[in-house]
Design a protein around this ligand. Structure first.
Ligand code: CTP
Length: 415
């Protein structure tokens, strides 16, 4: 679900921003709104909040109950700075209407309110829709500011010609109609995986020893969930087979909860034929206790020693890769420890007939299992790509880029 941040400035055309918000949410986008103080004299925050289902922010100083994320997204544990978090989570930032004053501030890099501070922090597509009286729009100062913004890569939507806000005034300066605003925003979205079915496994399986004990691993599911959310942002239809993951969940992604390797195998097998891309990020047990004890094992039953006999589980990735149909892309993970990690990863690529293997060396501090960051090598038949230590979101983006690059050089469904 694409996320749109809408900045509303103080102008008569602010009423059109309401209709834009209605259209955008109806089209399935998740929208948040920041307003300037002046704009609230034209349209109140309650109207935007009612349509978006999210609080509207005016200043940095008010706490954001949604902690910088968009409706439907999981709440982060800490309260971030709104001007940074909102643009980080948005897919595009539209400022409409953009007044002459705000355009001047943006051209100068001023950040004196939440709307302008967010624009300065914005690394996503920034689109401004000027709306003002024609004398103000045609003034050389405004034109110079717009030229500066264009030169910096900001998309400036041309205002329309027609009757202006005050009676009898006619000229250039009308805010484009809401459907045009929406079309302009939508052209900036990354739709590289639109219509593609992506199946992701995430988390770590648990193999029961008895009714209360299990053999598990340290995987939190963060990497798999990050891949799933990135794929959704690129327009994919995403299903996650989640093994014991307690993280917040995104709206619009289908989650299938499993516990054991056998359940994960069944859940993935049932959905494999329908998927175009399989990304096996789960840490799946290679062995399980041969027989789980029905109740809770008591020490007086087991004595001084407890011997567990472990048997191999099915290698889900290999068994699915063996029955792949043409056009499917399969990505495995390889958590390796210490020297030779890359060579092991390459071996896995060939042995399991995969399109890519994401190798991480879990001996490094602060990366991999149960950590917020990761550092990986993405190994494909074409070579390997190093992703230095960064957030799991950024690693997820790099993995999907690799999938897309690989697919463009092969006959797969992704492109
Ligand atoms: N995997 C799987 N089914 C299993 C075990 C692992 O599908 N029973 C998948 C994991 O999700 C991961 C990849 O296989 O994508 C790598 O798992 P790993 O256990 O490291 O691979 P192996 O080939 O078993 O190598 P090793 O000898 O290092 O265990």
């Amino acid at each position: 679900m694409p996320r749109i941040l809408l900045g509303v400035c103080g102008g008569i055309a602010a009423y059109k921003a309401l209709e834009f918000t209605r259209l955008a949410t109806k089209a399935g986008h998740s929208v948040r709104v920041v307003q300037t103080e002046a704009s609230t004299r034209f349209v109140g925050t309650a109207s935007f909040a009612g349509i978006t289902g999210a609080p509207v922010l005016i200043t940095e100083w008010e706490p954001d109950p949604l902690r910088g994320v968009f409706p439907g997204d999981p709440l982060p544990e800490h309260a971030p700075l709104s001007h940074l978090a909102l643009v980080e989570h948005a897919d595009a930032y539209l400022i409409a209407p953009a007044t002459a004053e705000t355009l001047a501030k943006l051209a100068c890099g001023l950040a004196d309110n939440l709307l302008t501070a967010a624009a300065l922090a914005c690394r996503r597509p920034l689109i401004v829709a000027p709306a003002m009286n024609n004398a103000m729009y045609e003034h050389p100062a405004t034109q110079a500011n717009l030229a500066t913004l264009r030169a910096r890569g900001v998309t400036v939507l041309e205002p329309g010609v027609g009757p202006l806000g005050s009676p009898g005034e006619f000229g250039v300066g009308r805010l484009p109609e809401p459907p045009e605003l929406l079309a302009a925003v939508e052209t900036t979205f990354d739709a590289s995986l639109r219509g593609v079915n992506v199946l992701v496994s995430a988390g770590g399986t648990r193999e029961p020893i008895d009714a209360v004990r299990f053999i598990g691993n340290r995987s939190s599911g963060r990497m798999g969930f990050a891949v799933a959310e990135q794929a959704q942002r690129r327009g994919a239809n995403v299903t996650v087979v989640a093994a014991n993951v307690s993280l917040p969940r995104a709206t619009g992604i289908e989650y299938v909860d499993v516990v054991t390797a056998a359940e994960l195998a069944d859940a993935c097998a049932a959905r494999f034929d329908a998927c175009d891309v399989l990304i096996m990020a789960a840490a799946v047990a290679d062995y399980r206790p041969e027989a789980a004890h029905g109740g809770k094992l008591k020490k007086d039953q087991t004595g001084e020693e407890l011997n567990l006999r472990l048997v191999r589980t099915t290698d889900v990735l290999s068994s699915l890769a063996d029955r792949r149909r043409p056009g499917q892309t399969i990505v495995g993970f390889a958590a390796e420890h210490g020297d030779g990690a890359l060579a092991y990863g390459r071996g896995k690529l060939e042995r399991k007939h995969l399109d890519a293997v994401v190798v991480n060396d879990v001996s490094g501090a602060g990366i991999g299992f149960d950590a917020a960051d990761n550092e990986v090598w993405i190994v494909t038949a074409e070579g390997e790509h190093h992703v230095p230590k960064t957030s799991k979101d950024a690693v997820a983006a790099a993995i999907l880029d690799a999938v897309l690059n690989h697919s463009s050089s092969n006959d797969t469904k992704v492109r």
